[in-house]
Every structure is written in C-alpha cells, then in structure tokens.
Design a binder for this molecule. Structure first.
Ligand code: T1G
Length: 712
C-alpha cells in the first residue's frame, strides 16, 4: 500500500481504484487546524497517487464535519485555510465523493459541495448555520450552494441557517443519492459505479446559478426584510451581498467577495457575542454535583395541575415530547377552557402545516382531563401551575403528598414564590423543585430549573434531561425572589417607570430598546404580560422605601383598568391587531400630571441614556445573582435574558455586554447614577471587586451555595 498518509485525525489510503480520506476527530469532526492540516496532507498524498480513480471522503464517529472549529475563533485562523482546501478538492482530477451522516454543517457542507458527488445516510442534516454565529459561509458556501440548489433555496438556507434533512437535500439537488443500507458500503459502491461509468469530476463551481426569476429588486427586498426582522445585525445583510455576488460575478471574484464579507463579520463584536452564546448553551447543562454517576429517574407519565394559560401550555409541551399527560383542575369550566386552549394550539399548528391531522388527534388523546387527584397516582412527574398564592400551592402539594408515589417528582411553575418554603410543607422535599416555564409555555424556549435547598441530585439531573426532551433550554437557578429572570426585571421596570416621569414617552423608551436590539421594550412587554400581574406582585412585594414613585404610572393605569393587551389599553391603546400598540395621548397626559404632582421637572432624554438606564440595572442585579450563587455562571444569566426576555443574542446577553463595556466603566456609570438617584444604583460588590482586579464576569465562578433566602 503506497501513497498512504496519516495524521492522528486524518488518513489517506487506497484500495484498488478508490482512495479513502477518513477523518476521525471527536466529538463532532470540527474542522480544527489539526484536521485541516491532516486534510491537506491527505490531499497531497491523493494528488500524488497515480493509481487513484476516485476519492471517497468519509468521517468516523457520530457525524460528518460539523463545520469550522468555533473554539478556534477570535484571532488569526492558523494553518491551512479551508477555502483553499475546498478549491483543491474541487480541482481534483478524479471524482471525489462525500459520504455524509449525522450532520454536514457550515464548513463541513462547504467541503461536501467542493466534492463532485454526495451520498447521504437517511436522516442526515445539511445546512449552513453561519448566520447564527454572526458569520456568513466563508469557504465557498455562498457561491456553490446557489449553483447546486438555485438562488431561492440558497437564500432561505443561508439566510435562516436552518438545516435540511437528507430527503429534502436529495429533492433540491444538494445530494445525489441516499444510502440504501450501511453508508460505508453504499458510498463505496457509488464510487466504484462512477469509476466503472468513467464519470468525470463534476465541479460545482463550473455550474451557473438558477436565479429562478430573481432579480436585483429581490435582493433589495431581501435586504429590507433583513433590516426589519434582524434589526442591527450585520451577517444577514452580508449573506445577501454574497449571494448577489454569486449571481453577478464569475466564481473566483464571487469567492473573493465572499471572503471579504466573511472577514468583516468575523471581526465584528456581534459574531463574538454569538460564539459566546454557542458555548454558553453547551455549558448550561454542566451543574456542580451532577455527573454521569448521578442516577436519573424515569419519566413515562406526567400530570399538570391547573388548566389556565400556563398549565395548558405546559401540557402541550409534555405531550409534544411524547408523554401521556393528566390535566387536573378543580373547576370543570376551567378544565373545559384549558382543553379548548390546547385544541386551538394544535389546530393552529395544523393550519401552519407543522403537524398533520393524525398527530393532532394523537396529541389531544395524550392529554386526559381529570378533576380527581387520585388519577395522578401513577404520574412520574407532576407540574403545578395554579394561582400564584402560597396557600393555594401548599394545598395542592398536600394533595400530591397524599396521592403520588414517593419517587414521583413534584415541580412548581411558580415565578416568584419561595420553592423551599413550598418543599418544606411536603413530606419529601428532596423530590421538589421549580420548573419555571415562560409564557406561552409551548413556544418559549427558556426553562428556569429552580434547585431547592433539599432538591435531590437525581431529581435535578432528571429535570435537566427533561428540559432537553422538551426542546427547552434548561437553566439552573437557586431559590430567591423571582429566580434569575424576574428578579432582574425589577430594576429594569423600576427605571422604565422613572424615565417616564423624567420626560420620556413609552414609545420613545420602547423604540430605544428595540433599536438596541430587544424584541420588545419594557412598556409593550408589560402590556403583554398584564399590568394587573405587576400590580399584584407589588402588593406581595412592595417597592423599597423611596422608590414608590417609579411605579406610580403603572398603579394609575391599573386603577383605570388599563391592564394592557388583554383589556385593549395599557401604556398603549390596542385595536383589532393586538400586536400594533398605538401611542395614547391619555397616558401622556397622565404622566405629565404625575410628574407635576411629584415635582419632577421633565426633560428630553436621548436613546443612549435610556438604554444605559435600563441595561445597567440588569447588569447590577445580575452580578448580585452571580455573587450569591443563584446563577452558576454569568453566561447562564445571558441565556435567561436572551431566551426569556428578548435580549439580543448578537449582544451576547447583559453580562457579556457588561464585559465588553468593561467593568470599570460599568462601575463608574452605576456610581454616577447612585450619586444622582440613590442607593438603588450602588454597584454590586462583585462588580467593584472584578473591576478592581481587571477581571471579567465570565471569569467568575460562585462558590457552591447553600440556600440563601435573604435576598432583600
Ligand atoms: N466547533 C467546536 N466545537 C464544537 C462544534 C464546532 N463547530 N460543534 C460542536 N462542538 C462541541 C460542543 O461545544 C460540545 O462540546 C460537543 O462538540 C458536542 O456538541 C468556514 C466559519 C454538531 C449539531 O454551527 O450545531 O463552519 O460541550 O453538545 O447536541 O463557513 O454541536 O461537549 O465540550 O452541541 O449532538 C458552523 C455547530 C461553524 C455547527 C451536534 N457549524 N454545532 O449537536 O452536541 S462556522 C456549526 C452544532 C463555519 C465556515 C464557517 C451541534 C451539532 P462539549 P453538542 P449535539
């Protein structure tokens, strides 16, 4: 056997006419510098091998190449560059066949598109998700994909970053064949068939783009849509620029244009923020005290208590994960309403083509209503989602103690109440924790998993696995008022209320925050959540002395019955289309009146001050949450705000944003406002400590905490 070449991760060898390049770099064959170097050496060997008639590129392990090595991102990219390697594969004088399984993503799919033929195992997912990392495909993907699948499909795949499955890839011409049976055998047979047929190298780059009737105006429309739906983001616009180049420039010039656009994105803070989010999501599941040896409890049957909006949404989540669900409510009317809500959710999904009629019927059959606690006796997991009152919840848990098996997990969906107090009211607090879903529960990806002082490791591990099974992003929080997300909302909404009295309008504040990148500003958010909900929480947790004024507008709106979208008016007025808030002069007048009554001189406030006054309280409270060990790491706080409160991922979340600003500046600005407005702005001790040491929040790991309930 001659012309073989092998590095630790990549090998080349030939059997008969067929050369094999095998890549084996666990866990996901990321195209690290070492893999690229190995690939370069393998190509050297193959190019020098006179006996090769076709080249088969394969990966070992659970997936084909999952793209560039994101862990290498940040500085200069070392070693052989991927675009050059893809060009060498495309230029190879004999057919090169890519055998795809698991995922072929980003640079991995670009390598496959540099190959001349592609065969995929059924179920393989193929995509160019770079835009989700603040990038564009940088190894020819924006030039070769439209040549293979046409401009329309390429725009959608590159603009959304969404992968397609193998069957769809075959239908759009992205792969040539689906493997029938074992992939290695099918791929080898395909290579031998191509050699026997004398098939030529089929270079994607030599094809032209089927524009499918697209014209220059369509690119402009695409840019306008990207500016609207991805406000402030660079990569979505760069994707369109690169695709336009694929349609207007020869391949070599198109590749140069792509590379220039790629480098612009690569150097942008937005990309760095999204890489942070990528690894933050992977780190979130790592919890002290939980490891491979920690037992996991089986969950085959679930139950939900309370058929209100949250209960119904949670039941849908559990059913969508394949679980039979008992939905309990003491009121037959509420139960009927809950079932109606559930049916309307599934009918909506049917209309949108997300499910078919058979699935709808199956899901509805999975969710069985009951008014009897005894019907929950065989549940492995019970999620309580009743009215937010400690007495009501204690009553429910007492019933669960009576009917449920001792190893059943009892979870509360409370958003503010003390999980430890509730757990202590049961006979076995070890099996109690919080599962705080966000509304609508079947849509929102975030799940705060609230670890009580007594929660057993097995129960916590089971909850973490369950969150993945539900397609949720599970973030572990300790017990305190409002856990991570809602606790931070307090300061944010307090300042929003103060800004109104000082001269801003609800729409100016909301616009400043949406221009900053939030999905929605604080006033539209309160109108969505319900001004009455905020008022009720303030009855249980009154504002700190001296800060009452910050809530005076909200209290006045409540007194007027202006609860927000649900009552047709709140900070805004709402017509038929509840999503279109209309500024309301009545609210403006009310604000001016209250400012006068409180003797507050109103002034013009710029967007920068508005953003600073709202984001700094998030950072400050986030730092307290971190130093108390309520959150395990600052990136968990970022994920809560990105997935639960619409904080822009391309800014990395409030804590990452703080690290980018520099903690010294953050502390200086907080102290500035403390001087102007009072101790509520006092910088958190952790911020001062880290700023003084020149450290970042993401370098801080809180000491393992015992339950601290004294968060005042
Ligand atoms: N680089 C580095 N590490 C990666 C990685 C990558 N591309 N993908 C996964 N990992 C690590 C991950 O951090 C985790 O590590 C472990 O692998 C398992 O991942 C030029 C520039 C492939 C679908 O965006 O979507 O190519 O936590 O837990 O749920 O145009 O990982 O165990 O230490 O996610 O089975 C484009 C990113 C890059 C794909 C598997 N590629 N990866 O999901 O496992 S940009 C991507 C994924 C690019 C070119 C450009 C998923 C997965 P740890 P996991 P999973």
């Amino acid at each position: 056997m001659s012309h073989a070449a092998s590095t630790a991760l990549v090998s080349y060898r030939r059997l008969g006419d067929i050369g094999f390049i095998d890549i084996d770099s666990p866990p996901v064959n990321a195209l690290s510098a070492a893999v690229r170097a190995g690939l370069a050496a393998a190509l050297d060997a193959a190019e020098a091998d006179p006996g090769v008639r076709a080249l088969l590129l394969r990966c070992r392990g659970r997936t084909f190449l999952a793209g560039a090595d994101i862990a290498e991102f940040g500085g200069e990219i070392p070693g052989p560059q991927l675009p050059g390697l893809v060009d060498r594969i495309e230029a190879f004088p004999h057919p090169v066949i890519a055998a795809l399984h698991g995922t072929a993503l980003g640079g991995g799919l670009e390598v496959a598109m540099g190959c001349h033929y592609r065969i995929a195992a059924p179920g393989t997912r193929l995509g160019l998700p770079e835009v989700r990392l603040g990038l564009i495909p940088g190894a020819g993907g924006t030039q070769r994909l439209p040549r293979l699948v046409g401009l329309g499909v390429a725009m959608d795949m590159i603009g959304s970053g969404r992968p397609v499955d193998a069957a769809r890839a075959l239908a759009i011409g992205l792969v040539d064949r689906l493997a029938d049976g074992e992939l290695d055998a099918a791929a080898l047979a395909y290579a031998e068939e191509l050699v026997a047929a004398g098939a030529p190298p089929r270079r994607t780059g030599e094809r032209s783009v089927d524009m499918g009737g697209f014209g220059a105006a369509d690119f402009e429309r695409g840019r306008a849509e990207a500016r609207r739906s991805a406000r402030g983001q660079l990569a979505p616009l760069a994707c369109i620029d690169a695709l336009e180049a694929a349609c207007t420039l020869p391949l070599a010039d198109g590749l140069r244009r792509e590379n220039a656009l790629f480098i612009d994105c690569y150097r942008s803070p937005q990309a760095q923020a999204l890489w942070h989010v990528f690894f933050a999501e992977r780190a979130a599941g790592v919890v002290p005290g939980i490891d491979a040896a920690t037992p996991e409890l089986p969950i085959a049957r679930a139950a939900v208590i309370g058929a209100g909006t949250m209960g119904a949404g949670i039941a849908v989540c559990l059913a969508d994960a394949g679980l039979p669900v008992r939905l309990l409510d003491g009121s037959p009317q509420a139960l009927a309403r809950g079932l109606k809500t559930i049916e309307s959710v599934y009918r909506g999904a049917l209309v949108k083509g997300r499910i078919d009629e058979a699935t709808l019927q199956r899901r509805l059959a999975q969710i069985q209503p009951t008014e009897r606690y005894e019907d929950l006796a065989d549940a492995d997991l019970v999620v309580e989602a009743v009215f937010e009152s400690m007495d009501v919840k204690r009553g429910v848990f007492a019933e669960l103690d009576r009917v449920c098996r001792q190893d059943a997990i009892l979870a509360t969906n409370t958003s503010t109440l003390d999980v430890d107090v509730l757990a202590a009211s049961t006979i076995n607090p070890l099996r109690v924790l919080g599962l705080h879903f966000f509304s609508p529960a079947n849509v929102m990806r975030l799940l705060e998993i609230v670890r009580g002082a007594a929660t057993a490791p097995a129960v916590l591990k089971t909850a973490l696995k369950l969150s993945k099974r539900l397609g949720k992003l599970g973030i572990v929080s300790g017990v305190c008022y409002g856990f991570i997300g809602n606790r931070m909302v307090d300061g944010y909404l307090r300042e929003a209320g103060a800004l109104l009295l000082e001269g801003a309008t609800p729409e100016a504040v909301d616009r400043a925050m949406t221009d900053f990148g939030l999905a929605m500003g604080p006033f539209a958010m309160q109108d969505l959540a319900g001004i009455d909900v905020g008022w009720r929480v303030r009855q249980e947790y009154p504002p700190a002395p001296g800060l009452e004024a910050c809530y005076v507008i909200a209290d006045r709106l409540y007194a007027l019955g202006r609860y927000g979208q649900k009552s047709g008016a709140g900070y805004y007025r709402y017509g038929e289309d509840r999503r279109r808030p209309q500024p309301d002069a009545e609210v403006e007048a009310l604000i001016v009146e209250e400012a006068q009554r409180l003797g507050i001189a109103r002034r013009a406030l710029g967007a920068d001050e508005i953003v600073e006054r709202l984001v700094l309280p998030l950072i400050n409270e986030g730092a307290r949450i971190l130093e108390e060990g309520i959150a395990l790491r600052s990136s968990d706080i970022d994920l809560v705000w990105i997935n639960g409160y619409g904080f822009p991922a391309w800014r990395g979340g409030p804590m990452f944003y703080a690290d980018r600003l520099g903690l010294a500046q953050v502390v200086e600005r907080l102290a500035h406002y403390a001087g102007r407005f009072g101790p509520q702005w006092t910088p958190a001790p952790l911020l001062r400590e880290l700023a003084a040491a020149g450290r970042r929040l993401d370098s801080y790991t809180p000491s393992p905490r015992s339950s601290q309930k004294d968060h005042s």
